[in-house]
Unconditional design. Structure first.
Length: 547
């Protein structure tokens, strides 16, 4: 049995039956599970390349750090994700419209938005390994270590006390746990204060006081913490004309804010209303790793929802809930999502939360929901000298609208879907298969049509079926190798249905349809294929879950 299954099963056993396992068993299982998760992630990255999902950018020149290209299957998933988001926003909400703004914007935009002065990450280098880190991430990892220690003690006690175990009481009374909780909370408080004050000396002092070592060199030989601006810049116009320094946008949101008046007026939009946009964003990330999780060029799907001042918290709650529903409707397992409220609010926000997905490297942000107050519109009004307001006929007064933003990275969404979908399965008889249990609505190919043999009129019949389906569904045709091998190829790219045409098909107009996840096969009429595929692959059914 592959290691992944051993570890997953045992890890689950740990969670549900920890009272029956000893502490050392739990530790071994947990470590095995984590190591296996890392291994699985590596395999997923390799799989993405082997099956045409994601390639390193300009690979023939050895690639470019944290820049990736999507291949023939990856681009289909990405397009499906974008469509799922775009339609959920603009079709299901009559008060949301879309735009497509340019990547280049007038440079004052970024002065007004605060990005020129404040779009920084605190970086620190280890002098021995010469490796660069984000100081805040090193401290967050340290916090996670305390959490892990506390969790271990709790698991041990749960095992000892069985049914009568009271976790809260235990945390309040056990001296070792109490000490760790106190240390953790003190660190958390100090960290949040340092971040909020942008106090770089204090961040370094925390790293020293916590005795955080470089994972590569194992030493505490750190440089000072410095701010690093994440925006890429370039020049527009020839130098003779006096070239202008412009930026590659680090977020798509500002393209929406500077078009607020245009859209509100031309669309006769009434508050509350939203503007949605999908597009590229660029950030010169200090530490770019974990595949497409943190890229230097990536794509965002952002929506700014303009509301009456004072009503922003109501809408913040609405969007928090709606966005989580949108994720969960894909059926990747509700337990894989959670909210994470921000410790440090951005300079413009009065509330912020992330939706996190359980990746093999832990729960990680996929989407942010922010209450941005009237900061952006007010700033643009001030810097441009234009009045950017809304006249509210119900209140009979003008005001600068408040904004709730939902911001999700297409690439992170892609990664979460791939991580959730990638499975290595052991089949009866000991055979194994790699399958992507992708939500059918996101799968790059919905059905593959296969003639059993390459003769006797079966290929022609298969092509006929493909012609019937191709106007509504992305279909593949495959006549090479055994049916078993063809199934495996489709499993590996997550195709929900394989349709086999055999000799009986020519007489009874029926085909064998094989379901990816269960591998169950059934005989169906050709005329029913369209309905079967529609039910599973059209977004309609998924959208209904968003009500
Ligand atoms: P992080 O804390 O992970 O750097 P962030 O809080 O800076 O992310 P936001 O500015 O809120 O991210 O951006 C909104 C969304 O854009 C994120 O939730 C994420 O999905 C995506 N995103 C941000 N930076 C990147 C990146 N470098 N690569 C891929 N996606 C990104």
């Amino acid at each position: 049995m592959p290691e992944i299954y051993v570890a997953t099963t045992l890890y689950n056993a740990r969670r549900t039956q920890s009272d029956r396992l000893s502490e050392s068993e739990i530790r071994i299982l947990y470590n095995t599970f984590m190591a296996t998760q890392e291994e699985t992630f590596k395999k997923l990255v390799a799989h993405c390349k082997e099956y045409g999902f994601v390639f390193p950018s300009s690979e023939i020149y050895d690639g470019l750090g944290a820049v990736y290209d999507y291949g023939q299957n990856g681009v289909e998933i990405k397009n499906n994700i974008k469509k799922y988001w775009w339609d959920a926003m603009t079709m299901l909400h009559e008060n949301i419209v879309g735009i497509d703004a340019s990547i280049f914007m007038h440079p004052t935009t970024w002065k007004a938005s605060g990005h020129v002065d404040a779009f920084n990450d605190p970086l620190i280098d280890n002098k021995d390994s010469k490796k660069r880190y984000r100081a805040d991430v090193l401290i967050e990892d340290q916090l996670a270590k305390y959490d892990e220690k506390i969790e271990k003690e709790v698991a041990k006690a749960r095992k000892r006390f069985g049914e009568s175990f009271d976790e809260d009481m235990f945390k309040q009374t056990n001296e070792r746990v109490k000490a760790n909780v106190e240390k953790r909370n003190a660190l958390h408080e100090r960290f949040a204060a340092a971040l909020n004050d942008s106090n770089l000396e204090e961040l370094k002092q925390i790293i020293l006081d916590e005795e955080i070592v470089c994972p590569i060199s194992g030493t505490r030989n750190w440089t000072d913490v410095r701010q690093f601006n994440l925006m890429f810049s370039t020049e527009m116009g020839s130098t003779a004309d006096g070239a202008m320094k412009i930026y590659l946008r680090p977020e798509t949101a500002q393209g929406i804010f500077v078009n607020y008046l245009n859209v509100q007026k031309t669309g006769r939009m009434k508050i509350p209303f939203g503007i949605a946009q999908i597009g590229k964003a660029f950030r010169n990330e200090i530490v770019a790793r974990q595949f497409v999780f943190r890229m230097r060029e990536f794509e965002q799907m952002e929506m700014q929802f303009f509301v009456r001042p004072g009503e922003e918290m109501k809408w913040f709650e609405y969007w928090k809930e709606f966005r989580l529903k949108w994720h969960k409707a894909l059926g990747m397992g509700d337990e894989n999502y959670r909210y994470h409220d921000h410790d440090k609010l951005a300079h413009y926000a009065n509330a912020a939360t992330d939706i996190e997905f359980q990746m093999p490297f832990g729960f990680k942000e996929v989407e942010g929901i922010h209450s941005r107050t009237d900061f952006d519109l007010s700033q643009h009004a001030q810097y441009s000298g234009k009045k950017i307001e809304y006249f509210d006929p119900e209140l009979n007064k003008s005001y600068t609208p408040y904004v709730i933003e939902t911001s999700i990275g297409v690439d992170r969404m892609f990664l979460s879907v791939m991580c959730g979908a990638y499975k290595e399965e052991v089949l009866e008889g000991g055979d194994t298969r790699v399958v992507l249990n992708l939500p059918a609505v996101l799968a790059p190919v919905k059905a593959c049509v296969m003639p059993l043999v390459k003769k006797d009129g079966l290929p022609e019949k298969a092509r006929e079926i493909m012609d019937m389906l191709k106007y509504d569904f992305h279909t593949n045709y495959d006549e090479k190798d055994s049916i078993g091998k063809r199934y495996r190829r489709q499993d590996a790219i997550g195709t929900p249905f394989c349709i086999t045409v055999d000799h009986d098909t020519l007489n009874d107009n029926c085909v064998t349809i094989r379901h990816r996840d269960t591998m169950a096969q059934e005989r169906v009429k050709i005329e029913d294929l369209h309905t079967i595929l529609s039910k599973a692959c059209n977004m309609r059914e998924t959208f209904k879950k968003l009500k």
